[in-house]
Design a protein around this ligand. Structure first.
Ligand code: NAD
Length: 479
């Protein structure tokens, strides 16, 4: 259990942002530093009445915000990314304390969020002329939906807020942003920065528990929910949003396969595959979660991955030598510990990791498992932690069948020296994004999202931006 750090003063310099004003609440959230397992900060948690005021403010602010040009709104977003870069170091330290990831990766998360924000506001959403002749003129226009509720998870709170936030704002919507109760702090600081940039009511930031998220999905004053989180919660969001027929974007969990062909250099690919599996201690929606290795390179690939696992420095993210931080919260830590126990019980072989270190903090070493059945929990479920199975195949058709034999469909990758063949195999993965010789590469210009139960809709690119807008046809009869 988490304990109060009695000797160290709690950080309490956090506020909600409602209608352009910073506010407190009589309710609060205690935030745990996962490297220590102790509470280090306390922030306000919004009451229902505060959500009501935020929605009312957003509705009031929406018409004037929608009326501004894309160029005007882009300027304000660019100011936000400049401010983020200016405050990168202090924000990154807070992000590491609440989330656990190494400081360099917190800096990279903020930097990437700022770069993607700048990229998104460079995308144009023009009026599309569908027909224009002597008789008629038909055009397809896009207009902002209204108020967008954004609900985010705890694994990359800044980046996963900025994607939907900038999409919604740039396209002319007002926003209510709610971070995970495990990692509310950096998002509240983002709110403070935005207070000075956007008109009152255009952006509101409310920390709160799961029930606040549920209230948002039910609220008739919110026109769209952009949700990033687990499949189970995503299904609840969709069900709840149906009562008001809200628009919904769901970015959910994954169980990404990597198919490693027999023609690779195992040493060379192991480094990249290890990083794509274990970055943020495996707590990445699009981390590699199953490695399918061709039998001809299976042994050397396992050995090279084990060497990477043994080298990786696990520790407090504030320590500059750390490469892998703790699991973010006790619930997730307990889940992974249970998964390790189940995997042991099933008789699988642990090539690296498998032992549970003594506390404090929610640390687990990078764990690699072989000799495990396709129907085991570790292969079937989204582990979302530092444990990955390596599975052998001899025929690529069999690898594809097993890779696709899942209800998830976020992303996947193929690793080969024959890039043409790699692209053909990748195209047969049933996913939103299939990479060749890379994994986790995203950009503001490229749509990202899940197939199957990994999501609904796409984020980023013109396709993603248009999902924050209602298409409207204007059809004119000329005579
Ligand atoms: P979660 O579903 O438990 O919580 C996500 C958010 O939803 C939190 O803010 C939470 O307070 C809120 N919430 C909980 N119950 C709710 C309800 N009934 N109605 C509305 N909101 C509710 O997810 P998590 O554990 O925070 O995040 C981990 C999951 O997120 C993993 O499955 C991961 O793969 C997924 N994820 C997906 C992407 C993507 O882009 N596809 C990115 C990151 C994480």
């Amino acid at each position: 259990m988490a304990q109060r750090a009695d000797t160290v003063a709690l950080r309490t310099d956090f506020s909600l942002l409602i209608d352009g004003m910073l506010e407190q609440s009589e309710q609060f959230l205690d935030v745990i530093d996962p490297a220590l397992g102790t509470i280090f900060a306390r922030c306000p948690a919004a009451r229902s009445s505060q959500l009501e005021r935020a929605v009312a403010a957003a509705r009031r602010a929406f018409p004037a915000w929608r009326a501004r040009s894309f160029a005007d709104r882009a300027e304000l977003v660019k100011r936000l990314s400049r401010e983020l870069r200016g405050k990168q170091n202090e924000l990154a330290e807070l992000l590491t304390r609440e989330q656990g990831k190494p400081l360099a990766q917190s800096v990279a998360e903020i930097d990437r969020g700022a770069a993607q924000s700048d990229g998104m506001v460079g995308i144009e959403i023009p009026v599309e002329v569908l027909a224009d002749d002597d008789d008629k003129h038909i055009e397809l226009r896009y207009r902002a939906l209204g108020v967008v509720g954004i609900i985010t998870p705890w694994n990359a709170p800044v980046n996963l807020a900025l994607g939907p936030l900038v999409s919604a704002l740039y396209t002319g919507n007002a926003v209510i942003l709610k971070p995970s109760p495990y990692t509310p702090l950096t998002t509240l600081k983002l709110g403070e920065i935005m207070q000075d940039i956007f008109p009152a009511g255009v952006v509101n930031v409310l920390a709160g528990g799961d029930e606040l998220g549920a209230e948002m999905t039910q609220h008739s004053g919110i026109d769209k929910i952009s949700f990033t989180g687990s499949v189970a919660t995503g299904k609840k969001v969709l069900a709840s949003a149906s009562a008001t027929l809200k628009r919904v974007t769901l970015e959910l969990g994954g169980n990404d396969p990597a198919i490693v062909m027999g023609d690779v250099d195992p040493q060379a690919v192991a480094k990249k595959i290890f990083f794509a599996s274990f970055v943020n201690s495996g707590q990445v929606c699009m981390a590699i979660k199953r490695i399918y290795a061709h039998e001809s390179i299976y042994e050397p690939l396992c050995a090279a991955l084990v060497a990477e696992a043994k080298k990786a420095k696990v520790g407090n993210g504030l320590d500059s030598a750390t490469e892998l931080g703790p699991v973010q919260n006790k619930m997730q830590y307990d889940k992974i510990v249970g998964l390790i126990a189940d995997t042991k019980k099933a008789g699988a072989k642990f090539l690296a990791g498998g032992d549970i270190p003594a506390g404090p903090g929610y640390f687990l070493p990078p764990t690699l498992v072989t000799d495990i059945a396709d129907d085991s929990r570790l292969v079937q479920e989204e582990q979302f932690g530092p444990i990955v199975p390596i599975l052998k195949f001899s025929d690529v058709e069999d690898a594809l069948r097993r890779a696709n034999d899942t209800r998830y469909g976020l992303s996947g990758s193929v690793w080969t020296s024959d890039v043409q063949r790699g692209a053909e195999i990748a195209a047969r993965l049933e996913v939103g994004t299939a990479w060749v010789n890379q994994h986790r590469t995203t950009s503001a210009f490229v749509p990202f999202g899940g197939a199957k139960e990994s999501g609904l809709g796409r984020q980023y690119s013109a396709l993603g931006l248009k999902s924050y807008m209602e298409p409207e046809v204007v059809s004119v009869l000329k005579r």
